[in-house]
Design a protein around this ligand. Structure first.
Ligand code: ADP
Length: 364
């Protein structure tokens, strides 16, 4: 069983070998929760993540599933560089990282605890691990050294499971663009991540659905001086900025590309400009580009964004095949393009399942 936990959700998928044989979702934990499973939706009475796991366990027991191991997507693992069987030390690290990922690590810890009732090995697969190969020059912020060391302040990077999945078996110099509600870019050389756009928290980097991305720290100081509290700024930067904040309409790219609104146009222009800028920076980091990959809800579906981004890379000899791009094919570059451009559907659960098999010594 693979679990992906959010602040008010628990998603599960059941794998037999590589085949997904069941899935479900508990949504809106804490506020009229619902349990969606096998095409059904039922209202349930639960108050927290622990109770959610109990409901899932009873449901799976009823269906006759015998769970042999559990894989957890864990957002923050500090400096843990690979997937790990969860023991006291790993649990402690996830706890230590909780202040750095306050919306994710605490419910993940609650779920890991609750899953002890299954009596099977539990494995943590971290969103941060893939980025542990990023070199010091790329992960260091220029703050006083003692502050960096005291608070473990550095760029960690997120979406690592997705960047790893889509770049598997892609040799050479690769840039992976994960464009969903959260969005990040990763520069990868021969399968190893060398830079990524998210930093100490997932706020840094690209414009996102409702997050700012890069912001001058001076703006934060200025707004604090205007009387905003840290809680208000946290809310503004995470939930009311990005595409939503700029457009004043929506965080959904499907709506923004159709909209006639001035704000919607500005939001899309700024989103694409920032993405092009990051790709340009990573082309320099990698010394060229062999393969550009788009993934996430936006990357997998929105041909017009891919067209504008790849259009900006004509200086590298990148060229799209228009038909293929319009129909979201896996390879969307033309025959004569000097950069391979791909659309890949991300599958974080498949990577987690694979890691579980690898660590418990089973075979797929
Ligand atoms: P999350 O980061 O929450 O997992 P997703 O990867 O599912 O998000 O991406 C969600 C975003 O993908 C939506 O907000 C929407 O903007 C975009 N999206 C989804 N489907 C389409 C589509 N068919 N065309 C354009 N954009 C889409």
């Amino acid at each position: 069983m693979v679990l992906n936990v959010g602040s008010s959700t628990i998603k599960y998928k059941i794998f037999r070998g590589e085949v997904e044989v069941g899935s479900g979702l508990i949504d809106r934990i804490g506020d009229k929760p619902v349990f969606l499973h096998d095409g059904f939706e039922e209202s349930i009475r639960i108050n927290n993540h622990e109770e959610g796991i109990r409901v899932i366990r009873e449901y799976l027991d009823g269906k006759g599933f015998l769970i042999e191991a559990i894989g957890h997507r864990v957002v923050h693992g500090l400096d843990i560089s690979e997937s790990r069987l969860i023991d006291g030390e790993v649990f402690g690290k996830i706890e230590m990282a909780a202040p750095l990922a306050p919306l994710h690590n605490p419910p993940e810890l609650a779920v890991i605890k609750a899953c002890k009732s299954f009596g099977v090995p539990q494995i943590a697969v971290f969103d941060t691990s893939f980025h542990q190969t990023v070199p010091q020059v790329a992960y260091t912020y220029a703050l006083p050294r003692e502050i960096i060391e005291k608070y473990s302040i550095r760029r960690y990077g997120f979406h690592g499971i997705s960047h790893m999945y889509v770049s598997l078996n892609e040799p050479g110099r690769v840039i992976s663009c994960h464009l969903g509600n959260g969005a990040s870019v990763a520069a990868i050389r021969d399968g190893k991540c060398v830079d990524t756009s998210m930093g100490f928290t997932p706020l840094e980097g690209l414009i996102m659905g409702s997050r700012t991305g890069d912001l001058d720290p001076g703006v934060i100081l200025f707004l604090l001086n205007q009387g905003f509290t840290t809680q208000e700024l946290n809310d503004m930067f995470n939930k009311r900025s990005g595409l939503l904040g700029l457009s004043g309409e929506s965080n959904d790219v499907r709506e923004l590309v159709e909209s006639e609104g001035e704000g919607a146009k500005l939001a899309m222009d700024v989103f694409i400009y920032r993405l092009i800028k990051y790709i340009g920076a990573y082309v320099s980091v990698l010394g060229g580009l062999d393969c550009l990959i788009f993934t996430g809800g936006i990357g997998e579906n929105e041909w017009s964004i891919r067209e504008r981004v790849v259009g900006s890379l004509s200086y590298l000899g990148a060229e799209l095949d228009e038909e293929r791009n319009l129909s979201n094919q896996e390879i969307i570059s033309s025959e004569k393009s000097q950069v391979l451009v791909k659309v890949k559907k991300t599958n974080e659960e498949a990577i987690i399942a694979r890691e579980v098999y690898r660590l418990i010594g089973g075979s797929i």
